[in-house]
Design a protein around this ligand. Sequence first.
Ligand SMILES: Nc1ncnc2c1ncn2[C@@H]1O[C@H](COP(=O)(O)OP(=O)(O)O)[C@@H](O)[C@H]1O
Ligand SMILES: [Mg+2]
Length: 396
Amino acid sequence: MRIIVHTGKGGVGKTSISAATALRCSEMGLKTIVLSTDTAHSLGDSLDMEIGPEPIELRQNLWAQEVDARYSMDKYWGSFQKYMVAMFTQKGVKDIVAEEVTILPGFEEGAHLLWIDKYVKQNFYDVIIVDAAPTAETLRLLSLPDVTRWWLERVLSLTKGAAKFLRPIAKPLLKTDLPDQAAFEAFDGLFKTLDSVRVLLSDTSVSSMRLVINPEKMVIKETQRTYTYLSLYGYATDCVICNRIMPDEVNDPYFAQWKDLQKQNINLIGEVFGELPLLKAPMFDRDVNGIDTLHRLGDILFKDHNPTDIMFKGTTQQISKNDDGNYQLRVKLPFADKKDLDLYRSADELTLRVGPYRRNIVLPHALWDMEIGDAKFEEAGLNIQFVAKPGAEQQR
Ligand SMILES: Nc1ncnc2c1ncn2[C@@H]1O[C@H](COP(=O)(O)OP(=O)(O)O)[C@@H](O)[C@H]1O
Ligand SMILES: [Mg+2]
């Protein structure tokens, strides 16, 4: 079983690449499902077939699904939400407001995670390809189990007191006997499912994140942030896929500057993502839709390689918390010589230069107010300590 998640900024080519990867896997004889989680679905257009909120078999070994957040939400969250709405309404909150506040934060984007759990338990598919929503939502969704825990604690502490008086009125309100026990069990089930998905997605022998980018500075910079947060949450990225590279044979002077800029930006990709393998796809002479262009895209991307291979093991950067409450950032720097090390830091970025080698790292929020203590080369990497500024309140 393999789970491959494509993420990146809107419009870079996630859907096209997910569809091309899935098509190729299916033709290798692997039972493959591709799920799109972007609310602006275009997977159906890309495959040039009608698909819906439940999986549809498109051709041999290939299934596709456009996950509908509302549909998934009702399916998995409906009974608990009904209970909550009833409770808030009873307390004088307007219906519509009650509906809104009982929507679990991040859940609209996160509902598709629940499908992954289902497919893994069914054990029918060999490969699950996820075409994930644009960056910010994807990140929120990946931290969802934590958000859920937070939310659960707040809401349950609110409802506990209410449960006593709520029990007798639940029945007429909901027109069904919904003891709080059942609702809480439903919630508990949901929470466990989310947590098991999080465990699956952080199992590096099963799941890989693939960052889809274009050779454009803004896109690279934003995706760099995604990369930092993915590694922070413990999700392994196994490659970067750069789409829409202007082919060499385009010689029209109109595109000369574009091509130059793209070359510079491809160098920047190396500085930002370190040793992560880089897969490249050209800007085609037409949009990517239908089986023929998806074949072309898959051939160029993977050549003779198996798309389900784990393309990179380990991490190029890792952030961990020490026992003393300080943090350590470890950056893999093979072949580096410490004599040549330069380190520049702004609030949220760190640039390392070791001889001709440069690495640029976006720091997570937790490190913004900390300062760099010690930096040491150990086991083909640089370990940088982040310590609380003198006088700053010690972080938990
Ligand atoms: N390499 C490419 N060459 C030409 N058109 C492309 C290429 N990759 C994607 N497209 C087109 O660009 C548009 C956006 O791609 P899409 O895969 O839907 O991006 P995303 O899912 O990241 O929003 C689509 O119309 C698609 O056909
Ligand atoms: Mg898309």
